[in-house]
Design a protein around this ligand. Structure first.
Ligand code: FE2
Ligand code: FE2
Length: 134
């Protein structure tokens, strides 16, 4: 079972960002797969750490592209990135304190975030960045 299936229609048309989004999908899916049977604190921390680190890397890349392209809604976009980190860490703490009880809530949040941010918000910068790359 996978939480998110990559589909080419999710592509933003910028190779580096698409590659990073694919890695993000894999990282989220890994977190789900690790926790399918029972809660494993060590595996959870490892997968969560990969996810947060990778998200930071990806957000920094995207923000650099937006800055170069003078994307007008950059501030709002960055806020969503910050909120993702804060909410994910908040839910992860709940998972740890409840020994896995909040796992469903965290996985649901990650799935929802992927569809609303990566498949929604991220699409808004496409015309600006692609124009800037030409
Ligand atoms: Fe993104
Ligand atoms: Fe983004």
């Amino acid at each position: 079972m996978k939480i998110i299936e990559w589909n080419d229609k999710y592509s933003v048309g910028i190779r580096e960002i698409d590659d990073q989004h694919r890695t993000l999908v894999n990282t989220i899916n890994k977190l789900l797969e690790d926790q399918r049977d029972e809660y494993d604190a060590l595996k959870f921390k490892t997968a969560l750490s990969s996810l947060i680190h990778y998200a930071y890397t990806h957000f920094a890349t995207e923000e650099q592209y937006m800055l170069q392209a003078k994307f007008p809604d950059m501030d709002q976009h960055i806020m969503e990135h910050v909120e993702f980190i804060m909410k994910t860490l908040d839910l992860a703490l709940k998972v740890e304190n409840g020994k896995g009880e909040s796992m469903k809530e965290l996985l649901y949040y990650l799935e929802k975030w992927f569809s609303s941010h990566v498949l929604g918000t991220d699409r808004l910068y496409i015309p600006y960045i692609t124009k800037n790359l030409k």
